[in-house]
Every structure is written in structure tokens, then in C-alpha cells.
Design a protein around this ligand. Structure first.
Ligand code: NAP
Length: 287
């Protein structure tokens, strides 16, 4: 597609940003949909987020994604926040509305739940275990609660951090945390219907690493969902599969959070199959 004076601009802001997969996925989807728009990766200097955000707004960009390390800092620059962004306390997608106001969204929850939907897994009424209490765990916890999960036990290495996270969501359901070797955690993992892995353990290049759980201790009928997408199958998922568990990786989450952002900017549903294929091909190309 030819870039002309009418071509609109989308972007992702982060630091570092050169390895972001988003430009590849979003530009493929924009082109396939015939939308006259380009998506660029913009490195933002520490301390320069507000000037970058207001500059993009004033220069007429349609919207942008925000990634590490700006997902929390950007919240105070928004004129309004979606419910998901408020609950997760992080923004990954900004829509510049026609009147110039900035609307902050978080599409990670929609992305996370799309992974279940693809596998026909319904979280409502189930018991879940979440491994880790970082940024991704917040989206997972809220996504599970929003879906009517019966209970969630968050496995952590830092008890105080786990307790603080659960406290924030205490009014939304049965949520508690326990350190990984606590008997309460072992009981939870032994009876869970769903186990969601949100730590970076096992991510490329540390592909032999595992989160601190014994796969043999997981309830044999549990679905095991790992948010990691490189490698496509972490050691946790490989071991879980070998024991007969249904497994889900983070590819759908990544593609679907991007697809939701695309929709928020363009009001068009992108070609998800294309986004998935482009994502996988690029991950394989990078090794
Ligand atoms: P984060 O904010 O740094 O949180 C990581 C969590 O893992 C923290 O709770 C941390 O514990 C825990 N952890 C780290 N190393 C550990 C270890 N050795 N043993 C036990 N726990 C450990 O990171 P994040 O942003 O949540 O991202 C986590 C992972 O999710 C990454 O692999 C990322 O690629 C993936 N992710 C995927 C998607 C997707 O679209 N598929 C989206 C977001 C994230 P402490 O709290 O004690 O530090």
C-alpha cells in the first residue's frame, strides 16, 4: 500500500521497542483490511512520556499502544480509562478521540480470555491457580474474576506482594495467595481446574526453566495455560501435555490483545488468522 498525505499513523511506545512484534502483526492486518494507516515502533526516552504522548495527539495520530516501561505511568495522562484499565491499573492501548481526548484501555484481559475461548474452556464456576503476581497476573486475575471464576489461588515467591495483589481484588471474589511451597498452595494446585502460568520462567532463551511447581502435583484434569509465546511450548506445557493435560500458550492472547486494539482504533475486526500466522512466522524466524 502506498503511503500518501492521507495515510494515518498508529504506533507503539516503549523502551526498548525495536524488537516489538506489534508493527509486524498490525501492519499485516491493516494492509489486509485495506486501511490506509501505518503502525510504527517509537522509542521514548525515560522522562519523555508526556511530551511524546501529547505530541502524538497534537500531530493527529489515531492511537497507540504502550508497553514496558510505560504501562502504569501513562495512566495519569489519560482523560478517561476503560474499566479493565482501571482494574488492572495499566494501559496498553490509547485511542485519540475525535475531540483530542485520550482514552486509555487495557486489551490484555480480552486477549487472555480469547485463549480460553479458542479452546472452548469456560472459566465460570471453576477453581483456578495463577503462578506469579506481576503485571500480567493482574490482567489474568481480573479476567478470571470478570468471567465468574469460583476461586483463585495465586502462587507467589513473595508473600507480601501476593497478599497486596489479592487485597485489591478481595471484593470481586474468592481470591487468596500462598507461597509456592505452602501446603495451602499445594492443595489448591491439586484440585485446580485451571492453572495459569504468568512468570517469565521458561521463556526463550531460558527454555529449560520452569516455574516452581511440580507438574505431577497438578490436578490431572486441569487445563494448563502459559502466557509465554516464545517458545510456542514451554517446558511446563510440554511436561503438562505429556501427562495428558489440555494446554494453551500465549500466542492467542498476544494476537487477540492486538486485534482488540485494532478494533478500538479502526472499528474494524481484523483478520485474526492472519495475525496469528504472522506472529508465529515471526517468532519462528527469530528463533
Ligand atoms: P513481571 O511484571 O515482571 O512479573 C513476573 C512475575 O513472575 C512476578 O510476580 C515475579 O515474582 C514472578 N517470577 C519471576 N521470576 C520468578 C521465579 N524465578 N520464581 C518464581 N516467580 C518468579 O512480568 P509480566 O509483565 O507479568 O510478564 C510475565 C510473563 O508473561 C512474561 O513471560 C511475558 O512474556 C508474559 N506475557 C505474555 C503476554 C501475552 O500476550 N501472551 C502478555 C503479557 C505478559 P516477584 O513478584 O516476586 O518479582
Amino acid at each position: 500500500m502506498m503511503i500518501t498525505g492521507k495515510t494515518k499513523v498508529l504506533a507503539v511506545l516503549g523502551a526498548p521497542i525495536a524488537h516489538s512484534l506489534s508493527p509486524i502483526i498490525q501492519n499485516a492486518a491493516l494492509q489486509a483490511a485495506g486501511i490506509d494507516c501505518v503502525y510504527a515502533a517509537l522509542p521514548v526516552r525515560p522522562g519523555a512520556l508526556s511530551s511524546a504522548v501529547y505530541g502524538l495527539r497534537d500531530a493527529g495520530v489515531v492511537g497507540f499502544n504502550v508497553t514496558i516501561p510505560f504501562k502504569t505511568e501513562i495512566m495519569e495522562l489519560m482523560d478517561a480509562l476503560s474499566e479493565d484499565a482501571q482494574r488492572i491499573r495499566a494501559v496498553n492501548t490509547v485511542v485519540v478521540q475525535t475531540d483530542g481526548t485520550l482514552m486509555g484501555h487495557n486489551t490484555d484481559v480480552v486477549g487472555f480470555l480469547a485463549g480460553f475461548a479458542e479452546h472452548g474452556v469456560v472459566p465460570a464456576g471453576k477453581r483456578a491457580v495463577v503462578l506469579g503476581a506481576g503485571g500480567a497476573a493482574r490482567a489474568v486475575l481480573w479476567g478470571l474474576l470478570r468471567s465468574g471464576i469460583s476461586s483463585v489461588c495465586v502462587g507467589v515467591r513473595n508473600g507480601a506482594k501476593g497478599a497486596a495483589l489479592c487485597e485489591e481484588f478481595a471484593a470481586d471474589g474468592d481470591v487468596r495467595s500462598a507461597v509456592f511451597d505452602d501446603p495451602d498452595f499445594l492443595a489448591c494446585i491439586g484440585s485446580a481446574d485451571i492453572v495459569v502460568q504468568t512468570t517469565p520462567m521458561g521463556m526463550t532463551p531460558h527454555i529449560d526453566a520452569m516455574p516452581p511447581v511440580d507438574v505431577a502435583a497438578i490436578n490431572s484434569s486441569a487445563v494448563v495455560y502459559d502466557l509465554i509465546y516464545t517458545p510456542a511450548k514451554t517446558r511446563l506445557l510440554r511436561e503438562a501435555e505429556a501427562r495428558g493435560h489440555e494446554t494453551i500458550n500465549g500466542e492467542m492472547m498476544l494476537a487477540a490483545q492486538g486485534a482488540e486494539a485494532f478494533f478500538l482504533w479502526t472499528n474494524v475486526r481484523p483478520d485474526m488468522a492472519l495475525m496469528r500466522r504472522v506472529l508465529r512466522e515471526e517468532c519462528e524466524r527469530r528463533g
